[in-house]
Design a protein around this ligand. Structure first.
Ligand code: ADP
Ligand code: MG
Length: 352
């Protein structure tokens, strides 16, 4: 049996893909999550061609952000939860799929792809086509919140209201799911990237101090918080003095960074509260009892659970184990049981 499964796995290599604005994760059927890389591609400025035949994708490309010479740049093709550049998205998908799939196999993979709930039909079709061009045999599309809910193990097939908040890089997705369906969902373009930007703006306003996105993100991860910390901390950062134009370093406090993050966090809270208000009372009652589940990298911001609990007047908040992988785990569960789940998924488009 184990032998048969491994033979099957070897020949098919079906996969689940979390095509995130910050990170792309690939789950291979029978194996688990085998790839996790930044959704970044280095392209030439002149003709927007992907550099070095796909070598500059993912981890290597991310290291180039803010460090490229003028003739090429490292870009994120799905930055704001919309596909900003179809061709580059396709090149990225091809590169990642090629990295985990051995195309000397005769069977092309079947693929379940999670996409932000806010993307349009045109964009969904483009994602499917990209996957087919990346040599997929059959493609299904699933919304990120649904995949995250499955990945966390919420009882979404029961007549119970489940609320999921996924704070990614480009978008925050808030969804209420019951009986395998999305009762209500809201996608806003305020998430991790906006937090980084808020930190950059704060430092410029407060200290005439300029840092790049990479440094801002590093500050957020090191000392960022959404709620007062038991032990407030500081970090020393290098940047550029806006007035003198020279490099210098400053020490920033966690209280200041929390202040800087207030605006994007208010917007995220607003989306959660609005979704609760639009949820039918029976399901809202379930959420008050069972709580809100959180996924995505933003769920790792210190105290985000406490802030949401306070602002929703006491709804318990649960942060998923390894929240950055929740969506990928969900796509993985769908692909593992694809024969049973097929009817619930959108798509099933085949190569023509
Ligand atoms: P996406 O699904 O859009 O690709 P992810 O779920 O991978 O996004 O999350 C990426 C975001 O999470 C980034 O903005 C990143 O800065 C943020 N992030 C990662 N780790 C942390 C952390 N420890 N604290 C706060 N934010 C974090
Ligand atoms: Mg995501």
């Amino acid at each position: 049996m184990v032998f048969l499964e491994s033979v099957f796995g070897f020949f098919s290599h079906d996969m689940g893909i979390d095509l995130g604005t910050c990170n792309t994760l690939v789950y291979v059927r029978g194996e688990g999550i085998v790839l996790c890389e930044p959704s970044v591609v280095a392209v030439s400025q002149k003709d927007r061609r992907v550099l070095l035949k796909g070598q500059a994708v993912g981890e290597r490309a991310k290291r180039m952000v803010g460090r490229t010479p003028g003739n090429f740049s490292a870009i994120r093709p799905i930055k704001d939860g919309v596909i900003a550049d179809f061709e580059i998205t396709e090149a990225m998908l091809k590169y990642f799929v090629g990295k985990v799939h051995n195309f000397s196999n005769w069977a092309k993979p079947r693929v379940v792809i999670a996409v932000p709930s806010g993307i349009t039909e045109v964009e969904k079709r483009a994602v499917k086509e990209s996957a087919i061009n990346a040599k997929a045999r059959k493609v299904w599309i699933i919304s990120e919140p649904m995949a995250a809910a499955v990945g966390i193990g919420l009882p979404i097939d029961e007549p119970i209201g489940n609320m999921l908040v996924d704070i990614g890089g480009g978008t925050t997705e808030v969804a209420v799911i019951s009986m395998m369906g999305m009762v209500h969902s809201k996608s806003i373009r305020t998430a991790g990237d906006e937090m980084d930007e808020a930190i950059m703006n704060y430092l410029r306003r407060q200290y005439n101090f300029i840092v790049g996105e990479t440094t801002a993100e590093r500050i957020k991860i090191a000392i960022g918080s959404a709620y007062p910390l038991e032990q407030e901390t500081t970090i020393e950062v290098m940047g550029r003095d806006q007035v003198k134009g020279l490099p210098r370093s400053i020490t920033v406090r966690s209280e200041e960074i929390r202040e800087a993050l207030k605006e994007p966090l208010d917007q995220i809270i607003g989306a959660v509260v609005e979704t609760l208000e639009n949820t039918p009372p029976e399901l809202a009652g379930d959420i008050y009892t069972n709580g809100i589940s959180m996924a995505g990298g933003g769920a790792l911001l210190r105290g985000i659970d406490k802030l949401i609990q306070k602002e929703t007047r006491g709804i318990p908040v649960h942060i998923a184990d390894d929240p950055l992988k929740a969506v990928a785990r969900g796509t993985g569960l769908f692909i593992e049981g694809i024969e049973d789940f097929e009817e619930f998924l959108e798509g099933g488009d085949e190569e023509s």
